[in-house]
Design a protein around this ligand. Structure first.
Ligand SMILES: [Zn+2]
Length: 66
């Protein structure tokens, strides 16, 4: 379960207003404060989706993490 980050100025939960795919299976989440309209951007790992994996076509090697 995902909860939006809280605006530290207004102390209210931000609303997710946009998701933009970025490189390396990450996505940029945009959260807006409903009170001051300040936008907070967060890059997070995308949720694994079987379908997306299948259509990408490229073989996925075990992520090399030294
Ligand atoms: Zn705010």
């Amino acid at each position: 379960m995902k909860a939006g980050p809280t605006c530290i100025v207004c102390n209210v939960e931000r609303a997710l207003i946009g998701v933009t795919p970025v490189r390396n299976r990450h996505e940029m989440l945009e959260y807006e404060c409903p009170k001051c309209q300040n936008i907070f951007r967060l890059v997070a790992r995308r949720e694994p989706r079987e379908f997306a994996e299948r259509i990408s076509g490229a073989p996925v090697s075990a992520s090399a993490c030294p």
